[in-house]
Design a protein around this ligand. Structure first.
Ligand code: F6P
Length: 323
């Protein structure tokens, strides 16, 4: 293998740049030419591909976002789109690809491998931490810290005004961010998509606090919760508890930005190098992950389809500590 390419795709995550830096520097260390693809699969289809040097990734280790930019490509979801994309790489003699992203990115990478035989190795870059085959995804730790910072501030004003706050965090269909921020932020309750918490459950939990004259409460809701958005949940609670002062904050995309934490910088560097070296060693259609501090490779199929359950010990702990 002489030429490889790298892209970032899907929702950006803090640490993607650190991962890219590791892929590029790792490729150069192994004597390969390395090409950056702009705007994920969209850029691949359009041939927005350029040769990267060591200096191309200087001073990006601590930068949020992705210098390669990202996109969610609609055209790449078609067979014709993928054929165009594969041709762009083939015509440049590119023999392997590292993709940095989440499940949508890996679904596309798997199809590229199956339909065009292009060896692909993924590095898990998503704040959601919803990929099987790695204890943590790149960006998850930073997103949790960002959310926590906001929750601490909301707690101050919630206390001052004796209010109930419903705070919605990201995570798509996963409750990982919600559980971590719930524990770190001392939430009274955490609502996650993986377990149904009814509105009556919410009220009875809050009632326990009100009975003890608890003046303020924080409920963290994951965006994919079965009862709906934080706005919807708060409206349902308000309908049953009209005398309560209820407010809603949706943290939104603030969770995706910012300089990556030390943990994410190190994780991203390890996973970027592991993805590149996996490709060099002949791995195909896998994701590099870290489990119990060791690099492991998991098939892309397993990474995107296997369940990554929440740690029930943590969920149990929230119930005990919030009382
Ligand atoms: O996958 C990362 C993520 O931030 C999810 O938590 C969220 O559901 C989604 O992306 C939002 O995507 P977009 O930025 O395209 O609206």
């Amino acid at each position: 293998m002489k030429k490889v390419a790298v892209l970032t795709s899907g929702g950006d995550a803090p640490g993607m740049n650190a991962c890219l830096r590791a892929v590029v520097r790792g490729a150069l260390y192994h004597g390969l030419e390395v090409y950056g693809i702009k705007r994920g699969y969209d850029g691949m289809i359009r041939g927005d591909i350029y040769k990267m040097k060591s200096y191309s990734v200087s001073n990006i280790l601590g930068q949020g976002g992705t210098i390669l930019k990202s996109a969610r490509s609609v055209e790449f979801r078609t067979k014709e789109g993928r054929a165009k994309a594969a041709e762009q790489l083939k015509s440049r003699g590119i023999e392997g690809l590292v993709v940095i992203g989440g499940d949508g990115t890996f679904t596309g990478a798997k199809l590229l491998y199956e339909e065009h035989g292009l060896p692909v190795v993924g590095a898990p870059g998503t704040i959601d931490n919803d990929l099987y085959g790695t204890d943590s995804t790149i960006g998850y730790d930073t997103a949790v810290n960002t959310a926590l910072d906001a929750i601490d501030k909301i707690r101050d004003t919630a206390n001052s005004h004796d209010r109930v706050f419903f705070i919605e965090v990201m995570g798509r269909d996963s409750g990982y961010i919600a559980v971590q921020t719930g524990i770190g932020g001392g939430a009274e309750l955490v609502m996650v998509p993986e377990t149904r918490t009814t509105i009556d459950n919410v009220i009875s939990t809050l009632q326990q606090g009100w009975d003890r004259e608890k003046s303020a409460s924080i409920v963290i809701t994951a965006e994919g919760d079965q009862e709906g958005s934080a706005q919807e949940i708060a409206a349902k609670v308000k309908a049953k508890c009209p005398d309560k002062d209820i407010k809603v904050t949706t943290l939104g995309h603030i969770q995706r930005g910012g300089s990556p934490s030390a943990y994410d910088r190190i994780l991203a560097s390890r996973l970027g190098l592991a993805a590149l070296e996996g490709l060099v060693a002949g791995k195909e259609c896998v994701m590099a992950g870290i489990i119990k501090n060791e690099v492991v490779y998991t098939s892309l199929e397993d990474a995107i389809t296997k369940d990554k359950p929440l740690n029930q010990d943590l969920v149990r702990m929230i119930n005990i500590l919030s009382v």
